[in-house]
Design a protein around this ligand. Structure first.
Ligand SMILES: NC(=O)c1ccc[n+]([C@@H]2O[C@H](COP(=O)([O-])OP(=O)(O)OC[C@H]3O[C@@H](n4cnc5c(N)ncnc54)[C@H](O)[C@@H]3O)[C@@H](O)[C@H]2O)c1
Length: 253
């Protein structure tokens, strides 16, 4: 049964929460009583997420954020503190994904490489860098959304795969650097999951990869939420620097 007070009084910032996985994280924490900060460049989508969160009875604000700019990620933290008084959990979920140009590595456009790295790698770093000094030190949580594709290596996506591999390395460094404070830093590596974004890149999205999973069904955004709730909980206070693959048992690492 859902404990609707588990995260009462805690503030959860979810970047890239205008839809997809980010919205599922926002709704999952809201259902357990957290205050939600929806950070995205997509203002309309962010407001829709706020409305969905408010339906659960939780509080939420949308903060228009460009994760590639430090001034913007700093302003995000200030807005969260002004609205709710603490920063307890940060979910680094914003990324360029479905809209990236794909090509073999020997034909990838260097500008496209830089564009992906700016959001997926630099953006995740800036959000964590802006958050850490202001977050609740003894129990704070940073959760980075990587991808299981790091362990399989999807052809034509090398810039995206590299960006998600970087996130796993960054998770380990951040975990070591802040471990003494009590803040933990972990990553979730989702397998292919049905979101508006992912469905736009696959014609066979509903069945893609399903037969190679130990649990042979399509992955829904809600399938990622339980791992984030656990990593954010007191029960996970001794787990840090880890990457948990959530893909129905396709990759075993
Ligand atoms: N859906 C999948 O199959 C899948 C699998 C593995 C990992 N992931 C990861 O999960 C996360 C969410 O994926 P999704 O499928 O929900 O995709 P999505 O495109 O719906 O979510 C990404 C969000 O990031 C936002 N964003 C992009 N650039 C931004 C910027 N500069 N500043 C702020 N926000 C920005 C977008 O507006 C969007 O709302 C991503 O990190 C993605 O790489 C997804």
């Amino acid at each position: 049964m859902t404990d609707t007070t588990q995260f009462a009084g805690k503030t959860v910032i979810v970047t890239g929460a205008a839809g997809g996985l980010g919205r599922a994280f926002a709704e999952g924490f809201a259902a357990r009583g957290a205050n939600i900060v929806v950070a995205d460049m997509n203002e309309a989508g962010a407001q829709e997420t706020v409305a969905l969160v408010e339906k659960t009875g939780a509080k939420a604000i949308a903060v228009t954020t460009n994760v590639t700019e430090k001034a913007s990620t700093d302003a995000l933290m200030d807005a969260a503190l002004a609205a709710f008084g603490s920063i307890d959990v940060v979910i680094n979920n914003a990324a360029l994904y479905a809209t990236i140009n794909r090509a073999p590595f020997y034909e990838l456009d260097p500008d496209e490489w830089d564009r992906v790295m700016a959001v997926n790698v630099k953006g995740a770093w800036l959000v964590a860098a802006s958050a850490f000094p202001k977050m609740t030190q003894a129990t704070g949580r940073i959760i980075n959304i990587a991808s299981a594709t790091v362990f399989s290596g999807s052809p034509l996506w090398m810039h995206y795969v590299a960006s998600k591999g970087a996130m796993i390395g960054m998770t380990r460094v951040m975990a070591r650097e802040v471990g003494k404070t009590g803040v933990t830093v972990n990553a979730i590596a989702p397998g292919f999951t049905l979101t508006e974004a992912s469905m736009s890149v696959m014609d066979d999205a509903e069945t893609y990869g399903v037969s190679s999973r130990a649990i042979p069904r399509a992955s829904q955004p809600g399938d990622m939420v339980g791992t984030a709730l656990f990593l954010a909980s007191e029960d996970a206070s001794y787990i840090t620097g880890q990457t948990i693959v959530v893909d129905g048992g396709k990759q075993f690492i």
